[in-house]
Design a protein around this ligand. Sequence first.
Ligand code: XBP
Ligand code: MG
Length: 257
Amino acid sequence: MADLEALIFDVDGTLADTERDGHRVAFNLAFKEAGLDWEWSVELYGKLLAVTGGKERIRHYLADYNTAFQGPAELDQFIAELHAAKTEHYTRMLAEGMIPVRNGVKRLLQEAREQGLRLAIATTTTPANVSALLQHSLDPQAESWFEVIAAGDIVAEKKPAPDIYIWAMQQMKLQPLACMAFEDSHNGVQSASRASIDTILVTTNGYTVEDDFTGATLIIDQLGEPDQPFQRLNGSAGDFSYTNIEMLRALHGRGVK
Ligand code: XBP
Ligand code: MG
């Protein structure tokens, strides 16, 4: 087994719980501002999350949940403009400090940096959203912690396609076996698995706890902290009660029983 060299993080749901009170709210604000009577409830949004990418999600909503809507002839442009307005709202919400990072994220990233592990991001969200989240929710310098930030339309096909992970690894000149992926959803685990990344650690959230995580090595409810142990949902974590680099190395080499 190759040594563990790099950690590749998903963003939404993994670094921070952004969907229900972040992205969803920003979509609704953009719809209202555009004079549309669309309202994505917490429940409906859970269903819409089946499709990754905001523009793709709006298109999916129109195709499957709002077929009566008479869109303009230039539908692509209409969706792109709506989505740009949504990004404005979302990044403003982040700048206002509305969305904290999840338990254990900051500590684990700091530990990884101290131990010389390389860091990357592989996400379907818009690059501006990643910058705003890292800067405002993690640390003003956090963008510089990541060697590669692979995000949004940089690849043609979003998760569950493997493209975004493959792109990130190509940039870093790394083989999949030297990497570990961190995800929160079925689509994310599929994407990393299809990119041949062997060890995927899943931290679930309200929208994804019932997802099928086939292909992941360990499923826990959060990364955890020394005084806030994670709850193990599937896979083995040995004697570890919170995620640290020692645990990741053991998981990667399957030294955890
Ligand atoms: C989650 C997504 C994104 C966000 C919305 O990405 O699917 O589409 O819901 O962001 P990940 P945009 O879990 O891979 O980070 O509107 O910018 O697409
Ligand atoms: Mg995610």
